[in-house]
Design a protein around this ligand. Structure first.
Ligand code: 13P
Ligand code: MG
Ligand code: MG
Length: 387
């Protein structure tokens, strides 16, 4: 059976800051989404990570279906009404446009969707992150889909041996979002050169090379800043990943997320801290809003989902979280000094940016220190790298 899995998320307000949606908001959302089961939707699951609500929906209408997106949008609007009524912080935060035009993309909410012919044992994993940007998944997905040191299936399984095709989004190009398609392992170094810059480039999708019509992963790459033109909150990406058989096994993602890589986000969206794997429905951390990600495992048949397995909740992850917390505490000791804060170009709050503009006037060129021309950016033409 050909099934579409849609994961749509938004932050529409939280209790006492950017923490978690209220029980009343969750009740409204669950009721609305559940009501669509058996008509528009086959099945659905509602949850949250930090202050981000996420709807997982299965149906047969393909990606970008206006009715499915409308359902999500209308549900976010109804939830926002409740959030406003309760005085929740940042009520309606991610709803950046008034008139719905058929798709939540470009309107604030994030979405990840995959359409596929269901396998006899269809295994899925959903990821919902909070307090970080879409590039937060770059390292774990690179390790799980392209590095045999982390992903032994690349060596042990014929289904994975040909590698995977990475679709990578340039989220910060002046003319709009641009996409590049690169195949691993041949273009591994080019993939690495892009993915290292998690603030600019993000994996958008990953595809099997042995079975080229089979999509392995979809990641939401919405950048709220690009839509709103100013900081309104972090992007907090969702992702759907198909696992097992022709894809990496569910447990092959564990060590990759266990790294707890430093990513941009956290307090005021302007800092670097390690990405902490957390159980589902975890509120944001009062320790400086450390970035977090939850992972749910599902099986599916004819579009009907089993109950989720909370993939970062088993006892092992307590140890990982302790390590990630220690990394976060160390980083916070250096306060506002980079790389604890993001570089100038990525700072989400105007304060420092405005201040540096004002300080420009107070600078003067030191006598005899140059020719008055602006410093060149990068190495001059014809200069070879030293060995
Ligand atoms: P969210 O993007 O999760 O709303 O967080 C915003 C923020 O600035 C937290 O300090
Ligand atoms: Mg928020
Ligand atoms: Mg959030």
């Amino acid at each position: 059976m050909r099934i579409t899995v849609s994961l749509i998320k938004a932050d529409i307000g939280a209790i006492g800051g950017h923490t978690a949606p209220s029980a009343e908001v969750l009740a409204i959302v669950r009721e609305r989404i559940q009501k669509a089961k058996g008509s528009l939707l086959i099945d659905a699951h509602v949850g949250h990570t930090g202050d981000d609500l996420a709807f997982l929906m299965t149906h047969t209408h393909g990606a970008d279906d206006p009715r499915v997106h409308q359902l999500a949008w209308d549900t976010f609007l109804a939830a926002t009404e409740k959030a406003k009524g309760q005085g929740l912080y940042g009520a309606g935060q991610d709803l950046l446009r008034d008139a719905f035009s058929g798709n939540v993309r470009g309107m604030g909410p994030g979405s990840a969707e995959i359409e596929f012919d269901e396998r006899p044992s269809e295994a899925l994993m959903t990821l919902v992150a909070d307090k970080c940007g879409p590039g937060a998944f770059n390292l774990p997905l690179y390790l799980a889909f392209a590095d045999p040191m982390y992903s032994p299936g690349l060596l042990l399984s014929e289904g994975l041996h040909d590698g995977f095709t990475f679709h990578i989004m340039d989220m910060d190009h002046t003319e709009g979002d641009r996409l590049i398609v690169l195949e691993a392992p041949e273009r591994l170094y080019d993939i690495a050169a892009l993915l290292r810059d998690t603030n600019r480039y993000a994996i958008e999708s990953i595809w099997s090379r042995k079975y080229p019509t089979e999509q392995a992963a979809a990641v939401g790459t919405t950048r709220l800043r690009n839509i709103a033109g100013r900081y309104v909150g972090k992007d907090d990406p969702p992702a759907i990943i198909r696992t097992q058989k022709m894809f990496p096994a569910t447990e092959e993602f564990g060590p990759a997320f266990g790294v707890g890589a430093f990513v941009g986000g956290d307090t005021r969206g302007s800092h670097n801290l390690p990405l902490m794997p957390v159980p589902m429905n975890t509120p944001a951390s009062t320790f400086f809003c450390v970035p977090m990600v939850s992972a749910l495992g599902f099986s599916m048949h004819d579009g009907i989902l089993t109950e989720p397995i909370d993939l970062f909740a088993d006892p092992f992850w307590a140890h990982v979280r302790d390590r990630v917390a220690a990394k976060a505490i160390e980083m916070r000791k250096q306060g506002f000094f980079e790389p604890a804060t993001l570089p100038f170009s990525e700072l989400e709050y105007g304060g420092i940016v405005v201040r540096l503009g004002k300080l420009e006037k107070e600078f003067s060129i030191r006598d005899g220190s140059g020719d008055g021309k602006a410093a060149p950016i990068g190495a001059p033409a014809g200069v070879e790298d030293p060995d």
